[in-house]
Design a protein. Structure first.
Length: 304
């Protein structure tokens, strides 16, 4: 006779004082052990589990945060409520709808606004950093459509996730990184090593190759723009890839410097640079740190 196992997964959330906040069965599975494909959890089982668990944990954390802000931080008076409004927190394990309560501010602490919502301080962004990371990572390697399909295959992301959402999130991350990078250029050759000072890392141990190519403008097929891509290789470190549209990038030289800095290398670290000698790439590397070498090669387009 076929045998079936009933699996119940119970979630128990406990506060600092050991009081039980939540105690419930979040998933129940009836698993047959008669066929290979029914052994263990399937993807749908795992996505269902992660989705329900995410909802419960986020809701509990949000409720705990609100409870800590229900009283005035100065006098301890209980704050009067002024309704609530819905918000959605988008995560790699699904969208979590939440009710964000609004409170009147205490009279002992005058402020510009009469009310405030505690959850706006916690959810400074409505998309989890981990989801943005996954979308940006894969959308930088494959198309937006394939990235969407991949995430939906392996994670309980929301059904509303689509290529346009991924594109918008990728551009948002890129804009934030550009802001962190800054716009001013630095002349690295002026910050070079002093005479007789040893290089932090041997120049031969750091190789950076860059190359450029032209792509057709999607919005105006009669125009093209130049894309420069590169790969930096350091002994005993992971390789780093980078790319930029030189005519649009406000600080292309600083971006190249940032690639080396993210590998933990000093600003004045000499490197061995490989290019094909084109005007655009040559202009990008003409201010390398003192002690660097520039070699011309037939093709430097980086590969995996």
């Amino acid at each position: 006779m076929p045998s079936t196992l009933r699996v119940q997964l119970q979630l128990r959330i406990v506060s600092d004082d050991d009081s039980v906040i939540r105690d419930e069965v979040i998933l129940q599975l009836d698993k047959s052990s008669d066929r290979l494909e029914t052994v263990g959890l399937c993807l749908e089982d795992s996505k269902g589990l992660l989705g329900r668990l995410q909802h419960a944990v986020v809701e509990a954390q949000a409720a705990a945060y609100v409870n800590r802000h229900r009283c005035c931080s100065a006098c301890g008076r209980h704050l009067r409520g002024k309704g609530q409004y819905p918000i959605v927190f988008r995560t790699a394990f699904g969208h979590v709808p939440l009710a964000s309560p609004r409170f009147y501010r205490c009279r002992c602490q005058p402020a510009d606004s009469r009310t405030f919502s505690p959850l706006t301080e916690l959810f400074t962004e409505h998309t989890a950093p981990e989801l943005l990371y996954l979308e940006s990572r894969w959308a930088s390697l494959i198309s937006f459509g394939l990235t969407t399909a991949l995430l939906k295959d392996v994670l309980p992301v929301a059904d509303t996730t689509n290529p346009e959402t991924v594109r918008q999130h990728l551009h948002k991350v890129a804009t934030r990184q550009d802001a962190d990078l800054g716009t001013s250029e630095l002349d690295l050759s002026d910050d070079g090593l002093t005479a007789g000072q040893a290089s932090p890392v041997p120049r031969e141990a750091i190789i950076v190759g860059i190359d450029g190519g032209y792509l057709r403008n999607w919005h105006d097929k009669r125009k093209k723009f130049e894309v420069i891509v590169g790969k930096s290789i350091v002994e005993d470190r992971d390789n780093r890839y980078f790319g930029l549209v030189r005519s649009q990038d406000a600080a292309p030289k600083r971006r190249l410097r940032a690639v080396l800095e993210r590998q933990g290398l000093p600003v004045d670290q000499p490197v061995t640079m490989l290019t094909d000698g084109g005007d655009s790439v040559r202009a990008l590397v003409n201010d390398l740190p003192a002690g660097s070498e520039h070699h011309l090669v037939g093709s430097t387009l980086p590969c995996g």
